[in-house]
Design a protein around this ligand. Sequence first.
Ligand SMILES: [Zn+2]
Length: 171
Amino acid sequence: MSEPSTSSSDPGQIPPGVMEALMRPSKNRPASRTLASFAGGVADVSTPESGSELLLNRYDLLCPRPECGSIILRTGVAKLVEKPSFQMEPTDRTPALLPPLPEPPALTAWWLVAPSPMEFENIGFSKPLSGDVGTPMKLLICAECDLGPVGWSAVGGTEFWLACSRVGYRA
Ligand SMILES: [Zn+2]
């Protein structure tokens, strides 16, 4: 795309495309890797927190849509937790870009983000839904392109769960 020519007719108006160009890194967005592309699985995308047994996310977590790649969470913010899977959508309604999660109560790997959504770089929330656990919950979706669900949280809760297999990794 060619740069728009400068117009002096309205100095208060930012020409279309300029803000986008300013906010975009000088090269293309970083490539996003899926969890499945790491031979060691979650061991390859986690790193020990110094002085503890906690495992944190080793890479920035990204929207898994290749054309989007919006940064969801910065390195070192989420804790790796293995806990039962959670059915976030009907099994026949999983978006094509997202891998299905194992059927509960099988264990799966989650990134736990706490205690508030301020920890995220960018995240979107669905409207409250009544989950199968009885407590109202919200689904986590990409704030830029709405791809999801990539995770969930209880309404008013302090824990936000991102499925490790449903986010991209800036490795
Ligand atoms: Zn996105």
